[in-house]
Structure formats: C-alpha cells, structure tokens
Design a protein around this ligand. Structure first.
Ligand SMILES: Cc1cc2nc3c(=O)[nH]c(=O)nc-3n(C[C@H](O)[C@H](O)[C@H](O)COP(=O)(O)OP(=O)(O)OC[C@H]3O[C@@H](n4cnc5c(N)ncnc54)[C@H](O)[C@@H]3O)c2cc1C
Length: 644
C-alpha cells in the first residue's frame, strides 16, 4: 500500500508564505505570562503553503469518486484530498441499505427518473435526474469492477431490493453494509493513482477567493495545529451533510454543514435549504438508523395498539408481503408526517426519549434477518438491548439527510468560477423536496465523477493562484488566533450555544413548520450568532484541539441553521419534506422553484428563486398505495417558467 502524506509529496508544490506570521505584525503579541501550552506551534515560523491543481475537500463517497475522475482526465494533474477525519471514517461508511440503479429487464431509466421526480414532489431538475438515472448503473458496475462485493442472486446476478417510493426493485446492496463496502472500494482505488495526495485529519476553515475565482483553502493540520494555505486551480466541496444542526439525528458528530457554510460565507448561494429529511425509523435514544431495507424485506410499522397505522394516511392497504410504493414502502416524508399525526391522536407509546412506534421484523425469521439485515440485528442488540428476531424495535423519526446544499449545475459547478460541489453538500438538484432512499450513494458517484471531470478540465486552463490569496490566508490565520486560540475573557460555552441552536431549529423547522415559530427562530439565531463571538475555549493547545474544532463547527452550523430557517420562512407552501401548517397546500404557480439563499455583505441574507427544470414530466399529484401510477401528463420539452 502506498500512502502519501502531504509533507513528503513530490507532486504538491510546497512553499512558504513570505510572511513572518507571529512576528508581531500579524498576530497579537504574546503578553507576559501567556505562555504557549505544550504542543503549541511555533509562531515565529513562516506560514506553510502548498499548491495543487484540483483540491477535494472531503474524503467520503463523493470526494473519492471525484478524485479518481479528475486523475483519469489528466494524469499530470496534482490532485489532493483533504479530510477532517481519516477518509474511511467519512460518513458514507455508515450507509446501510443500498444504492439505486436500473439493472433488471423489467425496469427502465424512465421509471427510475419518474419515481425520483414524483418522490421529490416535482422540485427536482429533470435534466439532472435523467442524467442521474442513466449514469447510476454505469457507476455501480464500475464499482463492481473496482472490487465492490455487491450481494447476488443465487444464479450470480446482482441482487436488488425494494426501497421506499420506488416502483421497481432497483436498489443494489452489499448486505446492510453498503456504504462501508463502497467507501472501501473507492478508497483502495484512489491508492493506485500516483497524483492523488492526501491530507488526512486536516480541517478546512476558509475558502480563498480572489478575482471572482476560488483558488484554495486554509486548513489546520489537527495533529500539530499548523495553519496552512493550500492553493488550487479548482476546489471541489464534498463535505457531506449537516444533520448535527438538529438535536436528534442519524448523522455523526462530523456532519456540521462545514462545506455549505464555507461556500455561503464566500458568497455562493445555497439551494433549497428548507428541505430537511426525517427518516421514519431511528432508535429512540441514540438516533441510530434502522435502515429502510428492514421495511423493504417486509417489516411492519405498528402503533401502540399493534395496528399498521400507515393505512390511515393514504399509503395503501396492508398486505402480508411488501408492496412497492405502498404502506411501509411509501416515501420518507409521508411516513414521518404520518408519525406526527399518529402521535397527535395519542396512538404512540410514550418513553423517556419521546413518543415511539414499533418496527416489527419478527415474522421475517432469524435466517432472513441474519442474511439480509445482520447489521440491524447487531445495532438493536448493542444499542437498544433487544433482539429483533423476537422483539419489536422502538423507532421514531430522526433527522437524516439534507436535500438542499451548495447550488450547482449538472456538472457540479457552482456560480463561482473554480468552485465545485458534489454529494450531500451539494444541491444539483435530483432530490427536490424529498429524496428517495438509496438515491444518495449513486448521486455521490454520478455527480462526484462529473464534478471531478469538470474541475480537472477547468484546472488545466488556469494559471497558478497569485500572492493575493496567500495574504488572505494570513488574515485567516490571524482570525483563528485572535478569535479562538489567543482570545481571553469569553463567557459563553460552546455546548450551551449548540444546544440552544439545535432546540431552536428543531422547534421551528421540524417535520411541520409555521411562520410565527420560524420568525421567532430567526431572532433567536441572530442572538446566538452574537453570543458566539463571546465563546470561551479552555483548551489552547495545538495538538488535536477538539474544542477548537467544535467551536469552528458551531460557527458553520449557526450559518447553516440560519439558511434553513430563512428558506423555510420564505416558502409559503407545503411540498415534500417542507410542511407549513399555515400554508398546507402545494403552490406550483408560485413555488415550482428552487430557493437560493445568499449572504449579503452586511451579514444578512436574501432569498431568491429560480425555476425548476422540467423536461418530460409535468407536475402531478403524488399518489401512493394501490395505484402506483400517478395522475400525470407526459410532456415534451416544457421548461417551468411559471415560477416566481
Ligand atoms: C446512517 C446513514 C445511512 C445511510 N444509508 C444510505 C443508503 O443506504 N443509501 C443511500 O443512498 N444513502 C444513504 N445515506 C446517505 C448517504 O450515506 C450520504 O448522503 C452520503 O454517503 C454522503 O456522502 P458524501 O461523500 O457527500 O459525504 P461524507 O461521506 O459525509 O463525507 C464528508 C467528507 O467531508 C470531510 N469534511 C467535512 N468537513 C470538512 C472540513 N471542514 N475540512 C475537511 N474535511 C471536511 C469529512 O472528513 C468527510 O471525509 C445514509 C446516511 C446515513 C447517515
């Protein structure tokens, strides 16, 4: 195995800023008695900088796929992947259920596209969805060639399982550890590309922008605390989602919306941030996901009376075996909304961790559970102390996925020259108002590859970044020093602000929203932003300073929280995962449109709208249950200019 580290990379040019950071001119002098604790970096040293052609921020599914694509376009490019955790710890590793892609003879690309578009409540850009449906199977097959051990039918064909909102079985899986196998395959494949350098456990704090072009980042090497400029001709954000903005989520601590905030602060718009996905089946205390695969294999959702309550919510009638696009295989937004209604009717069970319903897998039998859902059993045994072979699994909706993100075109390009985004951090948009389960992993592959190619082509035609960005890097270093590491006298605790922010966002922008609570949340978040400037860090050391990381992540999350609440406030309709109790109907006349939220120079925000791209499927009613065909017209080449 050939692992390269940036310090010994022959490909990434390494140089020193001509600035004596810490000489007294750029950072506050270290006063008497304020000695640096052990592990403190030497401030008298010049700030390091290194340079690449294409820089990936993020080493998850999207980032690694993009890195491979860039390397394949041009083997001479110097490519770098920077990740705040070791790449195999990126959140892609936790994906369980599978990845959608048409592979069986009874299926078609159009059906996948249609399921995705109707599942997204017609807010998806249909050109992007068509490209996605076409390229997803190619990407999944490519992964197979790179070594991904897809589960198989007894005759050796690729096995596929049903997933919510899909009218055909098209979800490829590797047992219920799909993300682990996909990430492992991508990771080992990157190792064979000599031009790919890795910065493992480096934390990006800022994008460097000059002359309207993104030209690199500033990052902290977590092991040493060194702050460094890493310049590049093109930067691709692949930093994943932002579930941690909410208190109860399937997302690990690393998912703080860093990339969304980095782009937003630099002036790039965030698209459709009001659309936050709740997954209907999280374990009540931990928020650990029980994958949709459990329902696809035949699991039942039961209320406190043991009744399959989804039949009361326009999702079809109960059948002993799973029926596609029906009941437990309905889309996630509708199932999570049904839970809230069921709770309001008093038909859920109360626990110390909130109201719950049950997922029943007992009738599937031990053999099937062990073969197809081994991880579900393991998680239930370890984290809930129950065995799903014999017992009901308590579950409740949990924040899971962000439909919105950095606005990109179909090739991952943002409106900013040199800045690309792919994966969960981005909004292309193929997910619209509600993502269908198992579309995200192939989205990382398809649009990761597209962004990697586009960035490589762009980079090949650019000049190297100039000195202006290095001056900006030194400003950023000064900010990190003065605002955090050398600051004295802060009164606020990071955890207090984080908890207040999470409670505010959950209360105002949860499964159901209302104008008055969103307005209240706007004011509260503004105050939290002010209080954030008064935080206090106990840890001033430079070696793995997790408190500093938490502070920086909180800053990112506050910006993302603001963008969610503002976008939700402005969309006065209900669509997919965005349900306004004060505007309960979908309003295609006004809101068949993507929201774009921008940060203004004075720190305030503004929301604008751009039309959804419609190619062949005119908006229709979403119908689940017995009639799998929605009432919809097929149209040719319509572009939705109806949007406001
Ligand atoms: C529990 C769970 C199960 C799921 N199951 C499925 C499934 O079965 N099918 C499906 O289609 N989807 C599933 N999803 C969704 C899917 O897994 C994710 O959307 C997808 O993996 C995101 O990949 P990504 O590459 O965009 O980001 P991630 O894999 O989250 O990677 C983000 C990367 O960015 C880096 N990073 C972030 N911020 C910084 C920073 N400031 N500086 C440096 N690096 C940074 C991180 O270190 C990491 O390497 C699941 C999600 C969860 C939470």
């Amino acid at each position: 195995m050939h692992i390269k580290f940036p310090a010994c990379s022959a490909r990434g040019r390494k140089f020193h800023l001509p600035l004596k950071v810490g000489s007294g001119e750029n950072v506050p002098a270290r006063g008497p008695g304020r000695s640096c604790p052990p592990g403190t970096a030497a401030f008298g040293k010049a700030m390091d900088a290194s340079s690449h052609d294409v820089l990936l921020v993020g080493g998850g599914g999207a980032g690694l796929r993009a890195a491979i694509a860039a390397a394949e376009v041009n083997p001479k490019l110097r490519i770098a992947v920077i990740s705040k955790v070791y790449p195999m710890r990126s959140h892609t590793v936790s994906a369980e259920g599978g990845a959608a892609g048409v592979i069986k003879p009874d299926d078609s690309l159009d059906e996948h596209a249609y399921d995705t578009i109707s599942g997204g409540d017609w807010l998806c850009d249909q050109d992007a969805v068509e490209a996605f449906a076409k390229e997803a199977p190619q990407e999944l097959l490519q992964l197979e060639r790179w070594g991904c051990p897809w589960s198989r039918e007894p005759d050796g064909h690729i096995a596929v399982r049903a997933f919510g909102g899909m009218k055909k079985r098209r979800t490829w899986f590797a047992a219920d550890k799909t993300g682990f196998h996909m990430l492992h395959t991508l990771f080992q494949t990157t190792l064979k590309y000599e031009p790919i350098t890795r910065y493992d456990e480096w934390f990006v704090t800022k994008l460097l922008v000059d002359d309207g072009r993104v030209q690199g980042v500033v990052a902290i090497e977590l092991m040493s605390g060194k702050i460094q400029a890493i310049t590049a001709k093109a930067v691709i954000l692949c930093t994943g989602g932002c579930g941690r903005v909410f208190p109860f989520t399937t997302n690990a601590n690393i998912k703080n919306g860093d990339g969304m905030a980095l782009a937003y602060r630099a002036g790039a718009p965030l698209k459709d941030m009001e659309f936050v996905q709740y997954h209907p089946t999280g374990l009540p205390f931990t928020g650990i996901l029980i994958t949709e695969a459990a329902r696809s294999e035949g699991g039942y959702m039961l209320n406190k009376d043991g009744y399959r309550y989804l039949q009361d919510y326009n999702l079809g009638k109960p059948q002993p075996k799973p029926v596609l696009r029906s009941m437990e295989l309905g889309p996630r937004d509708r199932l999570s909304q049904a839970f809230v209604k069921e709770d309001q009717k008093g038909r859920t069970t109360q626990t110390p961790y909130g109201s719950i319903v049950h997922l029943d897998l007992r009738h599937l039998g031990e053999k099937l559970i062990n073969a197809k859902l081994p991880f579900v059993r393991e998680l239930c045994l370890k984290y809930q102390n129950i065995d799903p072979v014999k017992e009901l699994i308590p579950v409740r909706p949990v924040v899971h996925y962000m439909m919105g993100g950095v606005s990109t075109d179909i090739n991952g390009a943002t409106p900013f020259a040199g800045l690309y985004a792919a994966g969960e951090v981005a909004c292309v948009s193929i997910n619209g108002a509600n993502r269908l389960g198992s579309n995200s992993l192939p989205e990382c592959l398809v649009f990761g590859a597209r962004a990697g190619k586009a960035a490589a082509l762009f980079a090949a035609e650019q000049n190297a970044p100039d000195g202006n960005v290095l001056a900006q890097a030194s400003d950023e270093q000064r900010r990190l020093e003065t605002q955090f590491l050398r600051k004295t006298g802060g009164r606020e605790r990071i955890s207090t602000i984080r908890e207040e922010m999470q409670a505010t966002v959950e209360k105002s922008a949860g499964i159901y929203r209302e104008g008055s609570s969103l307005t209240e949340a706007t004011n509260k978040l503004r105050k939290l932003q002010e209080r954030y400037h008064d935080i206090n860090l106990d840890d001033r050391s430079r070696t793995f300073n997790t408190e500093l990381e938490a502070a920086l992540e909180l800053g990112f999350m506050l910006d993302v929280a603001e963008s969610i609440v503002q976008s939700a406030l402005h969309r006065t309709e209900s669509r997919g995962a965005h349900q306004r109790t004060d505007f309960p109907a979908r309003d295609d006349n006004k809101f068949l449109a993507h929201s774009l939220i921008y940060r203004n120079a004075d720190g305030s925000s503004r929301v604008e709208y751009v039309p959804v791209k419609i190619t062949r499927w005119a908006p229709g009613e979403r119908v689940y249950g017995e009639q799998p065909q929605e009432k919809h017209e097929q149209t040719q080449g319509i572009s939705a200019e109806r949007a406001s």
